[in-house]
Ligand binder design. Structure first.
Ligand SMILES: [Zn+2]
Length: 229
């Protein structure tokens, strides 16, 4: 881990996750771009699809806003706002309605009190702190030769890993809801559902890759700590 110790071979542990993450990123962006060019037959924009789904599910009070960035779409559970990126908000492509429906899936999870989302939101603050501060504690622990500090760092990182793990069912469930919502609200004809599913499947792979990376990082930390004993 320190340069003075020569090359750190534990880095190799994380390599498969880095490769998978790179593959997932390119897959999601090529799939998204492909279907961003295909207009959906009914002509709904991402905004219109989201508005219809939210209204149909009693969420008239959840606003749909436009934000900058690419694939920056998300539902903010604290403010109860659904935010769609430029590409999604105003475009009537197959990709746009798929992503918009996915974010609506999160808004509905929230309103229903879907348990994995509640757990995820509850551990979010500690996980966010943990993912940033964990390595600082570990490195400080090595510098001061203080095992307790290393363990605290590992514990913090474990919280970040738990967050990634619980994110998986939340995301997969939102995508499953999205497909059902597109169909039940008549937003996309049956023969145009598959592309939406493809976009959402590619997006799910990025979450799988992130979780895989987090787990391997945790194993790496444990290996490094084990050397100290
Ligand atoms: Zn999501």
């Amino acid at each position: 881990m320190f340069y003075g110790y020569g090359f750190d071979y534990t880095y190799l542990l994380v390599l498969p996750a880095i490769i998978l993450a790179a593959y997932a990123q390119s897959k999601v962006s090529t799939t998204f771009n492909k279907y961003l060019r295909v207009r959906n037959s009914y002509g709904y924009t991402g905004y219109e699809a989201a508005r219809r789904i939210l209204d149909a599910n009693g969420l008239q009070d959840v606003p749909v806003e436009r934000i900058g960035g690419r694939l920056s779409d998300h539902y903010d559970p604290r403010k109860r706002i659904l935010r769609l990126s430029q590409d999604v908000y105003g475009s009537n492509s197959l990709a746009s309605v798929g992503v918009a429906a996915h974010e609506c899936g999160h808004a509905i999870q929230h309103s229903e009190g879907y348990a994995p989302l509640a757990v995820r939101n509850a551990i979010a603050p500690i996980a966010s702190f943990g993912s940033q501060a964990a390595w600082l504690f570990v490195i400080a622990g090595f510098i001061f030769n203080w095992l307790g500090l290393i363990d605290l760092g590992i514990l913090l990182f474990a919280a970040a890993v738990a967050f990634q793990v619980i994110t998986l069912p939340v995301e997969l469930n939102a995508s499953k809801r999205a497909i059902a919502l597109l169909e039940s609200n008549g937003l996309v004809p049956a023969d145009e559902i598959e592309p939406s599913r493809e976009v959402l499947r590619a997006a799910a792979l990025t979450y799988v890759a992130a979780t895989f990376a987090a787990i391997l990082q945790l194993i790496r930390l444990l290996v490094i700590r084990g050397r100290r004993d």
